[in-house]
Design a protein. Structure first.
Length: 401
């Protein structure tokens, strides 16, 4: 039997809900091996997603490559319609390589077509019919050649193009910190890209050439280049900590920045994910933890009704409180990066500034949480999804004019 594409949103939701993925994987393997040519490409692409979700990243990339040799174009049909045909330009990689648009258009009247491109995957002829194109390639060192190649093409594209590729290329941690250094209402510590040998010198107590630039004193934050979701992230309190860190991390380049203590008076750290769509801010989530390195899944939100109540208040008052309090900061981020869709991970400093951790276009914005446990999230996420659709409609209208 053939296998229709399920896609990242469907498979990740199953994993998020704790479903047993083994039977699905078995069916995908059977489908992928049963049919020649492009007929099993959907199964192979889904299988690669499943393998990423299981942590088998090297095998996942290999299976993905097999799928893309067979076919570069994959379509997730609209639930009804479609009213809008959205073409997403994506690139091979792990689950963070591209803007996960599937979550934004799930169960809607938007047909999503994924066109995979890279320096070894050329444009197909013809390009799929579409109403709006979206550059969904996320910023990374490996994606820069493709983003630069797409920059000229985007200017002559026959349909509206959202998220300009040259703007996406500016979303590296060091560029983001530079672009926002003097931004009103924002605090973002300088982030320096540092090669391994210089980081080793810091571990050995040898002169740090960046110290005068950064004003760095311990503790510092260190993470590998192109890492996300806290992978390889540490707070180093001493040169010995760096030495121990390098013993288990063999990457060649890292980011290093000042550690900012953003703990509130109640001993909790609060981290926010904000989405900017056509410049308008929306609350995606808020997590609380007594540890500085917060991610929504490690914040204990499912275990604490009190934390969920605070997140619900944050969302219900967002437009009148948080968004107003940081209106100038959020508007500045939108203006300086010039992206139609972007995501900000942030907090608030003890003095009330917007503390920016990351600005990117490929963070997951989803509605996977349990409706019973998080009843307040579905209405908020629908606001985001509706705003995303409205942005597509607006782009289509500009094209008609």
């Amino acid at each position: 039997m053939t296998s229709e594409l399920q896609g990242m949103a469907a498979l990740m939701t199953l994993a998020f809900q704790g479903a047993d993925l083994t039977p699905i994987g078995s069916r995908l393997i059977e489908s992928a091996g049963s049919y020649p040519a492009s007929s099993n490409a959907d199964a192979l692409l889904d299988l690669s997603i499943l393998l990423h979700l299981r942590g088998n990243h090297d095998i996942a990339l290999s299976v993905q490559a097999q799928a893309l040799k067979l076919r570069q174009i994959y379509t997730l049909p609209a639930r009804q319609g479609p009213a809008i045909r959205l073409l997403a330009i994506v690139t091979p990689g792990d689950l963070s390589a591209n803007t996960p648009l599937e979550f934004l258009v799930k169960d809607s009247d938007i047909e999503l077509t994924l066109l995979y491109l890279s320096t070894t995957l050329p444009f197909p002829d013809p390009i799929p019919e579409h109403d709006v194109a979206f550059i969904a390639v996320g910023e990374s060192e490996s994606a820069l050649p493709l983003l630069f190649a797409l920059s000229d093409l985007a200017k002559i594209w026959p349909r509206p193009v959202l998220n300009a590729p040259d703007r996406i290329a500016q979303l590296s941690r060091n560029q983001v910190s530079t672009i926002l250094q003097d931004a009103p209402g924002i605090y973002i510590p300088p982030s320096i890209r540092i090669p391994r040998d210089q980081l080793m010198n810091m571990a050995l107590g040898i002169h740090n050439p960046h110290k005068n630039i950064l004003g760095l004193n311990f503790p510092v934050i260190i993470r590998p280049l192109d890492s996300h979701a806290g992978k390889g992230l540490i707070k180093a309190d001493s040169s010995n900590t760096i030495a121990t860190y390098l013993e288990v991390h063999n990457e060649t380049e890292f980011y290093i920045s000042e550690y900012v203590d953003y703990c509130s008076r109640d001993g909790q750290f609060r981290k926010y994910r904000i989405v900017l769509i056509d410049g308008k801010p929306f609350a995606s989530h808020m997590a609380l933890s007594d540890h500085w390195m917060i991610h929504y899944l490690n914040g204990g939100m499912t275990e604490s009704a009190e934390k969920r109540e605070e997140e619900a208040r944050f969302m219900s008052t967002f437009d009148k409180k948080f968004a107003v309090r940081h209106q100038i900061a959020l508007q500045t981020i939108y203006e300086r990066f010039g992206l139609d869709y972007l995501v900000i991970d942030c907090a608030e400093t003890t003095s009330g500034q917007l503390l920016v951790f990351e600005v990117d276009s490929s963070a997951v914005v989803h509605a996977m949480d349990s409706v019973d446990m998080f009843p307040y999230k579905q209405p908020q996420m629908q606001k985001i999804f509706s705003a995303f659709r409205a942005m597509l409609v607006s782009a289509m209208a500009r094209n008609v004019e």
